[in-house]
Write a protein that binds this ligand. Structure first.
Ligand code: FAD
Length: 499
């Protein structure tokens, strides 16, 4: 995607966007800005998709994304419309970036201060401070090449890779190996390996199924920093919705699409409420498999049910939202709690699906940074345990697991929550399927395994229905809020190129 993609060819077209996640919102902005008449239909009562908000008893929770990473991507997105993120929301640079508790009693903070991080690494392994510098230099190079040549530029066909620049960087070969091997090349200490690999959970992968090119995530977290949008990630959703409205996008919530009929220039999109929307072009940000398998007749699908069943899905999640009395000072805004050996947890996600016995999990405490998200004298936090998609999810299993997680938090972080909980709610596999129509209740969609990266992800443009396009985490570049914003731009370009 060029800095200023040329999508003016869409001027005057009527477009229905299905789904108001970041991919849908972004596509709507690009197309409306280029002169299309855009109506966005969202199934739920609020916009933002997986970045929905839960508000109750004076607490406000981001239900999904909570790490604001890659600020450059947001600047480039708003910059396309001659705006800047600061016109819509305010960022705080978090310090520490995050805290890690290992279950052997060890604890570290990763800070914006790189001198501190180097010393931290050196303390675990002589020479690891220098190795960290070398690793991050490599990660920065991967980020720069990767973003320009693969992330902002869509390469939907194999022949697009036969490009001198791309070959010259011979970027692929060593980075197509697994993350585990790549990290072992720099660090021996298992805890340092974990610090370089935990970001893979953002991509829905594990160290043994994700290609090493995603070492770029360490550049994102160590060098670029971890930010918090005041008010939470919901404030970013509000900002983009405000921008979209300024550009002329019409929003309809509580509008679940049930059917897509027709083709370019003559689409009819029906909703469960009995409304029908006519459009020249349709862009679906709803789950890709749901759109193909449930909204289109069989002859208009690009993929079979077997295709979707044979994919590797990113984890689902067990989420426990808690409003508690008092402080939780042992926890940072972002806290990870990790077993010293986490192979078994990954195996229970990808190989032998089961509720993890000894989970690796994440705790988010936005009230550490933002006093507007909890009533006075209270804290707002959530626990997120990645679990296998499609796992059996019953009220009894959730209740058992809630107790296991609360015990684990008390034992490993010294934070006893049980007697001071004033609000609680869970969200799990069945809710992902129900609220977002997510395949198998995955939290994130298609994992970034090598065979599901770049041109191996499903395309932005349907080859079966002229005028139908897709955007969001299942397409390229993939999972995560910044990637979905970029995906919206790529989809808009594809619409302009092919209508
Ligand atoms: C728990 C969790 C934590 C995460 N943490 C982070 C993080 O810290 N940082 C980060 O960058 N990313 C994070 N992510 C990933 C990120 O949130 C997602 O990759 C991204 O938000 C997905 O956006 P999307 O465009 O694919 O659309 P989605 O968010 O999936 O939205 C799709 C929309 O389509 C709607 N829809 C579905 N079916 C229909 C229909 N038939 N009719 C109308 N509408 C329909 C859905 O209701 C939904 O609103 C997290 C995700 C989760 C779940």
């Amino acid at each position: 995607m060029d800095a200023a993609p040329d999508i003016d060819a869409v001027a005057g077209e009527s477009v229905v966007v299905i789904g108001g996640g970041f991919g849908g919102l972004s596509t709507a902005c690009y197309l409306a800005d280029a002169g299309a008449e855009v109506t966005l239909l969202e199934k739920n009562e609020q916009l933002g998709g997986r970045a929905s908000r839960l508000e109750a008893d004076g607490f406000r929770f981001d239900m999904g994304p909570s790490w604001y990473l890659m600020p450059d991507v947001f600047e480039r997105f708003f910059g396309h419309f001659d705006r800047s993120p600061e016109e819509y929301y305010t960022l705080t640079h978090l310090d520490p970036h995050y805290r890690v508790f290992w279950k052997d009693g060890d604890r570290v903070d990763v800070l914006p201060d790189m001198a501190h991080n180097r010393e931290l690494f050196e303390a675990y392994e002589p020479g690891a401070g220098d190795a960290l510098d070398a690793y991050l230099e490599d990660a920065e190079r991967t980020y720069e090449i990767g973003m320009e040549h693969f992330v902002y530029e869509d390469r939907p066909r194999l022949r697009d890779y036969v490009d001198r620049d791309v070959l010259r960087y011979s970027w692929g070969l060593s980075l197509l190996g697994k993350m585990q091997g790549h990290v072992e090349g720099y660090f021996d200490h298992p805890k340092l390996q974990q610090l370089m690999q935990y970001t893979l959970v953002f991509l829905g992968g594990s160290p043994t199924n994700t290609p090493a090119l995603y070492n770029l995530m360490s550049h994102v977290d160590f060098n670029m920093g971890v930010y918090y949008p005041d008010g939470g990630v919901g404030a970013v959703v509000d900002g983009i919705v405000e921008l979209a409205e300024e550009l002329g996008v019409e929003f309809v919530t509580d509008a679940e699409v049930t059917d897509i009929e027709g083709r370019y220039g003559a689409f009819a999109v029906d909703t469960a409420g009995g409304d029908r929307y006519l459009a020249d072009v349709v862009v679906s940000n709803a789950d890709y498999a749901h759109t193909e398998q449930e909204l289109l007749p069989e002859r208009k699908r690009q993929y079979t049910q077997e295709y979707w069943e044979s994919r590797t899905y990113a984890p689902s999640a067990f989420l426990l939202y808690l409003g508690v009395e008092g402080d939780v000072e042992e926890l940072a805004h972002h806290t990870l709690v990790l077993p010293t050996r986490w192979e078994e947890h990954f195996a229970q996600i990808f190989d032998e699906p089961a509720w993890p016995d000894d989970p690796a999990y994440y705790l988010c405490v936005p009230s550490e940074t933002d006093e507007t998200v909890a009533p006075d004298g209270h804290s707002n936090l959530f626990a997120l345990v990645p679990i296998a998609p499609g796992l059996e999810d019953t009220p009894e299993l959730r209740a058992e697991y809630r107790d296991l997680v609360l015990d684990d938090i008390a034992e490993n972080t010294g934070t006893e929550l049980r007697d001071r909980i004033v609000f609680e709610e869970t969200f799990c596999v069945a809710d992902f399927a129900d609220r977002y129509n997510s395949y198998d209740g995955s939290a994130l969609g298609l994992a970034h395994t090598l065979r599901q990266t770049s041109l191996f992800r499903p395309p932005h443009r349907s080859s079966a229905v002229d005028g139908l396009y897709f955007t969001g985490a299942t397409t390229t570049p993939g999972i995560g809020v910044p990637m979905c914003l970029i995906s919206g731009g790529l989809t808009a370009e594809r619409v302009a190129d092919t209508i």
